[in-house]
Each structure stands twice: as structure tokens, then as C-alpha cells.
Design a protein around this ligand. Structure first.
Ligand SMILES: Nc1ncnc2c1ncn2[C@@H]1O[C@H](COP(=O)(O)OP(=O)(O)O)[C@@H](O)[C@H]1O
Ligand SMILES: [Mg+2]
Length: 409
């Protein structure tokens, strides 16, 4: 198959990167699982419910956030069903703590990443007077606990496509915004911290207003911080969208249709016509004016409501009006563009986590996707119920099969 890559990746120095060993302990259906992986496509097959997506989810936890299912930490722990015995009452499950350890390779470097939950007491000074225990995800890099998950971005990044994302372009904007923000993280690791900070400030502001605590000084201080963080978020989103659009414009049309990306957000729009400092001031004023929206349960406008719009470039068609198959192809276009763009700019590719992606592609598209994965030299973790669809990767991929809560080669 002809290479359609307009920028040849061969002209650039790039480092191969990915996970070379993955160890799961009490994670979802795995009591203990170790996978020795290679920096190549990894095809994971198995029956429905065998634990394929759980492996991809574990890899996604090597990046900041809640992983590809957006899971609550408590749901990830392996649930062990016990014999329900009359004498012992109805306690049928015993949750245990989970951990993920990975050896990550980036060029010549080998990095050990560990992540797990930790029980800790809620910080003093929070509104709840009682001291409650809560769980948080901790991250260790080469044995040292890091203060922020953002640190992970230096060594690893991942992009995923899951069956749930088939509906990404329809319905509410939050999943689209999250998708976009993850594309930004890969280029600007601070972005993960910014979005987490904004969410934290926003929740605090919202809670104060809902509880009717009119502490003007505290509210203003929160608004000032939200405005500063929000403008930084908007600027980073604009930068990434522009970067991808420019990149895509130079790529020839392909089996996967070319996209055009747009942002629809008040703060992002402000930055069209004013410098960041002015936008911060204006955003602060907008937030202050919206205090009453919280009381009346009206929407609060700002970076928390920005929409990420995708168009089928050639047709000028918004993605939500495209057919289901076209929408899938548009998503594939975006992640392929992002992977290549990232390799060219950052020197290392993201890991691709493709959950049941080929099931609904026709033969031509499936083979084109597999060819692109080979060309990009990315580590792609691909799940399938039917490994026969991957014959063309026979020489290039690692084939794993999930059975009885373990993996066989
Ligand atoms: N916390 C948990 N503890 C134990 N098993 C779990 C947990 N969460 C999900 N599972 C099990 O994992 C299986 C689903 O795994 P998944 O990776 O989604 O399967 P698939 O191979 O279809 O992708 C289900 O059988 C489910 O019961
Ligand atoms: Mg699955």
C-alpha cells in the first residue's frame, strides 16, 4: 500500500516509546497479571467479558486522569465473590486494593511507573468538620512518589478510542471537551494540572454559592484564580486545535477523511480579539455576574462549557450529522493526525489504545488503519473478539489471548 503520509516520518529523529512490561495486582478481574510487551502493535483477543478492555484501561492509568472508562477509584479494585454462607450473612464481596506497575521505554530510557490507591484522611480545614478517610491515586516514578500526575506526561502519553466514543459527537459537550483536553496534555503536560485546578476552584465556588455563603472576598479570589486558569486552558486548547488544523491541511485526502477542528467557547473566542490579560479580566467579570446563575440552577458559561467541534472537511459537514461509520472514521483521522503530529513535534509517539475499533470497519478501512499503525511505529494496544482480522499484522504484532483472568500468548 502506498504511503499517504505527506510528511515522511523518516526525516525526523524519533524515539520509540511504549510499555515494555505491565503488572496488575488486584485490578478489575486480574488478581495478578504480567505482560511482557514489545514496542509494536499488540493484539489482545478474547471472548466478551474476558478482560480485554480492562488491560487497556490499566495502560490508560499510566497517564493523568481517570483512565479510559472515567472510572471511580473504588470500582477498579478487584471484587472477589465469596461463598455466601447463611452463617456469614450477606457480605458477598471483599474489595482489595489495586496497583499497576509498568516499565516504560522512551528511546534509550527505561522508566518504572507505579500507580495505586492510597487511603488518606481528608485535609484539615475543609468544610466537613469530621475527618473522613478518602482514596486517592498516587503515582511513583522510578520509586519516587510524585506530587502531581502531570509528571507522567514527560514519559508517556496515550490516546484511546472506545466503543462509548461512537457517540462522542452526539449529546453533551463534556466528553468532547475531555477528548480535546487529552489531545492538549500530550503537547503541554501542564494542561492536565490546569484543568484539574479549574475543576477544583469551580466546585469550591459553586458550593459556596449554593450554600448561600456570600463571602465576597473569598468568591472574588476564587473568580480571579478561575479566570487566570481558565484563560490558560483556553489558550492551550486554541494552540492545539490550530496546530492540528495546520498539520491536517498539509496531509492529502485519505481513506480516513480529513477533518477541520473548531472551538466553540466564550473564553476561547475572547482570545481572538484581545490579549490574555484583558481576557482574564473580562472572564473574571463574567464569572462574578454569573453568581446568581448558580442559585437559579442556570448554566455557568466559561471554559467548563466549551465545545469541541469537528467537521468532515471536504463536505463541510458537522460530525454529528455524519453517518455512524463516518463519525468513527473522523475520530480515527483525529487520532492518527495527533499521533503523527506528536511524533514530529515531540520526538515520541503516543500509545494508542484501540478498543474494539476494527469490528465495524470495512476491509479497506481496517487494512488502511493497520497499515498506518505500522507506518507510525506506535505501540498500539488493540482489542478484538476476532484475531483473524489481523492477519496482515502477523509479522509485526504481538498476539495475546485473554482466558480465565489471565493472558496466554
Ligand atoms: N472491580 C472488578 N473486579 C472484578 N471483576 C471486574 C471488576 N470490574 C469489572 N470486572 C469484570 O471484568 C469483566 C469485563 O472486562 P472487560 O475488560 O470489559 O471485558 P472485554 O474482554 O469484553 O473487554 C467483566 O466480566 C466484569 O465482571
Ligand atoms: Mg471490551
Amino acid at each position: 500500500m502506498d504511503s499517504n503520509l505527506a510528511y515522511s516520518l523518516d526525516q525526523f529523529t524519533k524515539e520509540k516509546s511504549g510499555v515494555t512490561r505491565l503488572t496488575l495486582t488486584d485490578f478489575r478481574n486480574y488478581q495478578f497479571l504480567r505482560i511482557n510487551a514489545e514496542l509494536c502493535p499488540i493484539v489482545i483477543s478474547g471472548e466478551n467479558g474476558s478482560g480485554k478492555t480492562n488491560i487497556l484501561e490499566a495502560v490508560s492509568f499510566l497517564t493523568p486522569g481517570r483512565g479510559l472508562r472515567g472510572a471511580r477509584l473504588a470500582d477498579i479494585k478487584r471484587i472477589v465473590s465469596q461463598c455466601i454462607h447463611d452463617e456469614y450473612g450477606p457480605t458477598a464481596i471483599t474489595p482489595v486494593n489495586w496497583a499497576i506497575a509498568a516499565e516504560v521505554c522512551k528511546g534509550e530510557e527505561l522508566i518504572n511507573i507505579g500507580t495505586a490507591v492510597e487511603q488518606s484522611a481528608r485535609e484539615a480545614g475543609e468544610a466537613d468538620d469530621e475527618l473522613r478517610s478518602f482514596e486517592r491515586r498516587i503515582v511513583k516514578i522510578d520509586g519516587n512518589k510524585v506530587s502531581s500526575q502531570t509528571e507522567l506526561g514527560k514519559y508517556i502519553s496515550a490516546i484511546w478510542l472506545t466503543p462509548q466514543m461512537d457517540r462522542l459527537f452526539r449529546g453533551g459537550s463534556q466528553p468532547r471537551r475531555n477528548f480535546l483536553d487529552r489531545l492538549v496534555y500530550a503537547f503541554d503536560t501542564e494542561h492536565a494540572k490546569r484543568t484539574a485546578t479549574f475543576d477544583h476552584l469551580y466546585k469550591e465556588w459553586y458550593r459556596l454559592l449554593k450554600e448561600g455563603k456570600q463571602d465576597n472576598f473569598w468568591l472574588s479570589s476564587l473568580e480571579e484564580n478561575m479566570a487566570a486558569t481558565g484563560v490558560a486552558i483556553a489558550a492551550a486548547r486554541r494552540e492545539q486545535t490550530a496546530r492540528l488544523n495546520t498539520f491536517i491541511e498539509h496531509e492529502p485526502d485519505d481513506v480516513f477523511p480529513s477533518v477541520r477542528l473548531e472551538l466553540d467557547g466564550t473564553v476561547e473566542k475572547m482570545l481572538d480579539s484581545m490579549p490574555a490579560v484583558e481576557a482574564e479580566d473580562k472572564y473574571r467579570q463574567i464569572l462574578c455576574k454569573q453568581r446568581r446563575n448558580v442559585l437559579y440552577n442556570d448554566n455557568v458559561d466559561g471554559v467548563n462549557r466549551t465545545d469541541f467541534k469537528v467537521y468532515y472537511r471536504k463536505k463541510g459537514m458537522p460530525a454529528d450529522l455524519c453517518s455512524t461509520g463516518e463519525q468513527k472514521s473522523l475520530l480515527i483521522s483525529i487520532i492518527l493526525a495527533q499521533s503523527k503530529c506528536q511524533t514530529l513535534h515531540k520526538g515520541f509517539a503516543p500509545i494508542l489504545l484501540l478498543d474494539e475499533v476494527v469490528a465495524h470497519l470495512d476491509d479497506l478501512k481496517r487494512e488502511a488503519l493497520l497499515e498506518k499503525i505500522k507506518e507510525l511505529e506506535v505501540q498500539a494496544w488493540i482489542t478484538t473478539t476476532n484475531p483473524e482480522l489481523f492477519l496482515s499484522l502477523k509479522e509485526d504484532a504481538l498476539f495475546l489471548r485473554v482466558e480465565n483472568n489471565t493472558v496466554v500468548s
